[in-house]
Design a protein around this ligand. Structure first.
Ligand SMILES: [Zn+2]
Length: 165
């Protein structure tokens, strides 16, 4: 099973950004990127805040803003690992638009929905809905146990070391 090592700095910056929109009851989106280790795990070492339009029921990233992130990834030799966005209170499953307009459709890509506009503790991802993209255009929901086991909030230096491949 592939694991995800997430820098606490990334989690902290993500939390701050999501809450900024959340305080105005608006959705926000963050992209996580990093590298893959020799054994196939992912290290999330960077987060991107693409230019976006925030709305109460959706968030929109225009194509040019997405392309800007992709060129940054290319320069830094990183890959996109996950997409995180907030939802209004009570809506925890991905909308039809979420399913179709996800950043990339690659096996193993992670889609995280943070409830209550991100106004929750984000020290772990246990309050979030986490989906993994599988072949056959399927978003598989991860159980709480699986989230706990596979998403490891790890010290930044350890992440970097693990990423040296
Ligand atoms: Zn959504």
């Amino acid at each position: 099973m592939v694991n995800f090592y997430i820098s606490p700095l990334v989690l902290k910056a993500t939390d701050k950004y999501l809450k900024r929109g959340g305080k105005r009851s608006l959705e926000s989106l963050v992209l996580w990127a990093g590298r893959r280790t020799q054994n196939g795990d992912y290290c999330v070492v960077t987060c991107y805040f693409p230019s976006q339009h925030h709305f109460p029921a959706y968030v929109e990233v225009e194509e040019w803003a997405m392309r800007e992130v992709l060129s940054q990834l290319y320069l830094r030799k990183q890959i996109l690992v996950a997409q995180i966005h907030t939802h209004p209170p009570g809506i925890t499953s991905p909308s039809e638009t979420d399913r179709l307009r996800v950043s990339i459709h690659r096996e193993g890509f992670i889609h995280i929905i943070v409830p209550n506009y991100g106004l929750i503790p984000l020290e772990s991802l246990l309050h979030c809905s986490v989906y993994e993209y599988e072949t056959g255009e399927r978003w598989r929901p991860l159980s709480a146990g699986e989230i706990k086991e596979r998403f490891i909030i790890d010290d930044h230096e350890v992440d970097v070391k693990r990423c040296r491949v």
